[in-house]
Design a protein around this ligand. Structure first.
Ligand SMILES: Cc1cc2nc3c(=O)[nH]c(=O)nc-3n(C[C@H](O)[C@H](O)[C@H](O)COP(=O)(O)O)c2cc1C
Length: 143
């Protein structure tokens, strides 16, 4: 699709122990966008926002909620979620609900993998997890 305008992409993540940061850097490597923490507000309108968040006790961190509350539905066409967690399934359901409350579309496809939690899932996200994430993002990029 040589005549198509290149999609504008942004990446934001929240990471307490570095897993989501590593994952965001993989998304950055595939898309060419910069991996930035949710503490950095969105500057420009985007077609796709990749949003990375893990699960902690009661769910996503308050910083992720604040970031979502700061988004302008007119300036974010769609969000693609990626997440990791030690025990639970992904943060997708919570993040999706928060985004939809703001009127922002959320891609039905998400990426989730295990993230080391104390002695559980040591070494995750590992190379295979990151390869799977790379593949997931590359497939979306082809659309
Ligand atoms: C303080 C804390 C609380 C956590 N609570 C949960 C939890 O309740 N359920 C769960 O599945 N994983 C839990 N985890 C595991 C994280 O979701 C997992 O390690 C994730 O990969 C962390 O990503 P991060 O390194 O980007 O912060 C917790 C991790 C931390 C550090």
């Amino acid at each position: 699709m040589t005549h198509e305008k290149k999609k504008k992409i942004a990446i934001r993540y929240y990471s307490k122990t570095g897993h989501m940061k590593r994952m965001a850097e993989v998304v950055a490597a595939v898309t060419g966008a910069e991996a930035r923490p949710v503490s950095e507000p969105m500057e420009e309108p985007v077609d796709t926002l990749f949003l990375g968040s893990a699960v902690y006790l009661a769910g996503v961190d308050a910083q992720v909620k604040d970031f979502i509350a700061s988004l302008d539905a007119e300036r974010v066409k769609k969000v693609v979620c990626f997440s990791s967690a030690g025990i639970l399934t992904s943060s997708y359901a919570q993040v999706k609900a928060l985004l939809e409350q703001r009127g922002i579309a959320v891609d039905a496809r998400e990426f989730h993998c295990r993230g080391q939690f104390a002695l559980l899932h040591r070494g995750h996200p590992d190379r295979q997890d990151l390869d799977a994430l790379r593949h997931f993002v590359a497939q979306l990029e082809e659309e």
